[in-house]
Design a binder for this molecule. Structure first.
Ligand code: GUN
Length: 293
């Protein structure tokens, strides 16, 4: 029997426990966790993501600050804004929404965020600490996938996990996390990408497929071994005149053909997506409590 992993339900239950913890923190006389988001320009998807992050802060009792900058901001000015947040003891976590305009080097920006406030987990120190198995902020989407595997008690030890896509934000950290000696780890991991030969055969050997390549409905039943666990991290806007917004969100997995043969699958929407924001909130709470650094 195939089972749909209900990311929305898991996210709601985790949000409730985070909100409770924030209430207790505030009741004990501490200030609420404070997340700062920097948004440069007005990319439509980024606007939506940041608005959702701010909304989640309000729902969970966090303080939030949105710093908006014109796309013409210089790199030096943006770096100064980051440094100002680093130096503000009332601000716990900082995210700089990506993508940034072409004249700004995103790596320089990420490296300027103090690792102790890098709740996106994009700073090389946090990535390095994660790779070494040291306490670190783990980026939101991979953490969300781990939390879903944990919630559904999906056995990972000794399994072959094929990650499709080597992005810095999802594929690469996912591959590192799945091989760790950890309850949601101990997999034999294959990290595949656009230059992988025989991708279909590689995926057919997977007990767990994590699709994060950004190509709508690319992973069809032909890629999936019967009984495999299929995690769909894809989220691509596809034009759809029948929708009020004018677009539909598509995952990387062809749900219709894959669902009948897999053991577990995350749908799009309501799969991994809702977990991402919860992970960010969890990291911000950890930052406020000073748990990692
Ligand atoms: N752009 C797309 N996803 C993300 C994310 O998780 N964090 C940030 N800062 N930018 C993004």
């Amino acid at each position: 029997m195939s089972q749909i992993i209900d990311g929305k339900m898991v996210a709601e239950s985790m949000k409730a426990s985070i909100a409770k913890e924030v209430q207790e923190l505030v009741a004990s006389g501490k200030r609420a966790p404070h997340l700062v988001a920097i948004l440069v320009g007005n990319n439509g998807a980024s606007e939506t993501y940041v608005a959702n992050k701010v909304k989640s802060c309000e729902e969970l009792g966090f303080a939030s600050t949105l710093l908006r900058f014109d796309p013409s901001i210089s790199e030096a000015e943006l770096l100064q804004a980051v440094i100002d947040v680093n130096n503000n003891p009332d601000m716990d976590g900082l995210i700089v929404q990506l993508p940034l305009p072409n004249h700004i080097n995103p790596d320089r920006v990420m490296e300027t965020i103090h690792p102790s406030k890098d709740v996106d987990g994009f700073h090389p120190i946090n990535i390095g600490r994660m790779a070494k198995g040291l306490p670190a902020y783990i980026s939101a989407t991979p953490q969300g996938v781990l939390d879903l595997l944990a919630y559904y008690n999906i056995e990972t030890a000794g399994k072959h996990c094929v990650v499709v896509g080597r992005s810095q934000i999802v594929g690469l950290p996912m591959s590192i996390l799945m091989q760790r000696n950890h309850p949601q780890g101990n997999c034999t991991v294959t990290l595949t990408h656009s230059r992988t030969a025989n991708l279909e055969e590689m995926c057919q050997q997977a007990d767990i497929i994590i699709a994060a390549l950004g190509k709508p409905e690319f992973i069809t039943a032909a890629y999936v071994k019967p009984g495999a666990v299929v995690i769909d991290v894809g989220l691509t806007r596809v034009e759809d005149a029948s929708k009020k917004s004018g677009f539909a969100l598509k995952g990387d997995v062809d749900f219709e053909s894959v669902f009948p043969i897999c053991s577990y699958i995350t749908p799009v929407p309501k799969g991994v997506g809702p977990m991402t924001i919860v992970s960010l909130m969890k990291n911000t709470l950890l930052a406020a409590k000073g748990v990692i650094y």
